[in-house]
Design a protein around this ligand. Structure first.
Ligand SMILES: [Zn+2]
Ligand SMILES: [Zn+2]
Length: 121
């Protein structure tokens, strides 16, 4: 792994959030000032192909990158844009129980209001 790639990877691993390429770039650049945006994109693609990170494509807004690589879903806060993991495991079990059907593929595009924004309202 090159130093640049390691720096980018460390930024993703070290963040509890789901960062966009731009956010990853800005954070990695602090540690590696000569870093170029193109290098970030190239390395993100390499890490995605290697299964080290998950590339999340969102219908609106910037794509995000995730250190959790197992299949999982997300919810976006419509007020602050916070992007969090959605615990859908129980949901799939419930669906199987009620329909007898084992889901093979699905897509969830969940939007809501996060607890922080709810407290502010
Ligand atoms: Zn929010
Ligand atoms: Zn996630």
């Amino acid at each position: 792994m090159t130093n640049q790639r390691k720096t980018i990877y460390d930024v993703i691993i070290g963040s509890p959030e789901h960062l966009s390429a731009e956010e990853i770039y800005l954070r990695a650049k602090k540690r590696y000032p000569s870093l170029a945006m193109g290098t970030v994109y190239r390395n993100l693609k390499l890490m995605e192909d290697a299964g080290e990170i998950l590339h999340i494509r969102t219908p609106d807004g910037a794509d995000r990158y995730d250190k959790t690589t197992s299949k999982h879903d997300h919810m976006e806060c419509i007020q602050c844009g916070q992007f969090v993991d959605l615990p859908t495991h129980d949901l799939l079990g419930l669906i199987r129980e009620q329909t007898g059907m084992e889901i093979q593929s699905y897509q969830i595009n969940a939007k809501g209001i996060c607890s922080e924004c709810m407290n502010k309202n």
